[in-house]
Write a protein that binds this ligand. Sequence first.
Ligand code: NAD
Length: 346
Amino acid sequence: MPGDGIGVEVTREAVTTLETIARRFGHEFEFETRLIGGAAIDTVGVPLPEETLQTCLASDAVFLGAVGGPQYDSLPPRLKPETGLLGLRAGLGVYANLRPAFLHEPLIGASPLKPEIVRGTDLLIVRELAGGAYFGQPREISEERGLNTIVYTAPEVERVARVAFELARGRRRKLTSVDKANVLESSQLWRKVVTALAAEYPDVTLEHGYVDSCAMALVTRPTSYDVIVTENLFGDILSDEAAVLTGSLGMLPSASIGGKVALYEPVHGSAPDIAGKGIANPFGAIASCAMLLRYTCKLEREAAALEEALSATLAAGFGTPDLKSQPRQVTTTEIGAEIRQRIESM
Ligand code: NAD
């Protein structure tokens, strides 16, 4: 689903790159394109048409560009493009949001941190996506009081922690569980469940950390992390913090897994300020395809090849205007073509 704004531009590059992977490695992918967000509102009046959701549920994986735009700001909440995205996540039943933060060496100057601190950053945040403060009941607002509730059940914690342990197993075998167990009962349960589950993963080193100290450590010693697992609210904040370490928002991929069908999307939005200019950074969208190949298709070799082509394109100096330090400034399509040409010649 291309969605809106630059979503359309980066999705084109992502799909074309998957087609190149298919050709180069002898696979066949079938693509269906559907409406979501503003594009769906303009055409059929709702941000998530039933036909879109049904097509997604009948697919192996879903790729999304981005949704939203200023022309929809005055719509009532249930008709906003972003409501379509929330409905999609709920409809797919995804509960673990994976946000890797990997610093490509050529972009070291784009990070707000000193090179000696940020060099080598390669971490993965696993954010619980379906529970916690954003969904807990009761919730209410009056003139005098606003109320939200953090609720976690043991099965909700266990299923997302299991995803994180499994992912740590495929990486450097270190898992940091982040909570606020010194203050919150929901965090005490979280810590207890994660600790109990660790017995099934003796090969993974588990450490616990408080969210405040993790926020600090992410900018003082980011390389000390491998996989971080945390609840919805903390994950929302920490994953944005981790994102800026690596340069541009346009670089970052994501996957939402655990439900019936996994959802892959770049972290950025529809960027109305640059939409239609051909200068959107497609790296995050294309890197999301590598996650799709790895987690849904179980095609590790192809995922690694895509990531290698992406790194080589950066190392050759190519970049869109958001990557100011890159000497060879090109368009969205040219970045895609550079990546694809490297895949073809592998
Ligand atoms: P945004 O991510 O769209 O843009 C923030 C800034 O980063 C802008 O200056 C933009 O030009 C730049 N940027 C973002 N992605 C880029 C890329 N790939 N290449 C180059 N520059 C890039 O966030 P925003 O401006 O806060 O939101 C714009 C719209 O997108 C809003 O309607 C918002 O609700 C929506 N949004 C959607 C998603 C999503 O679909 N998952 C996520 C975030 C925001």
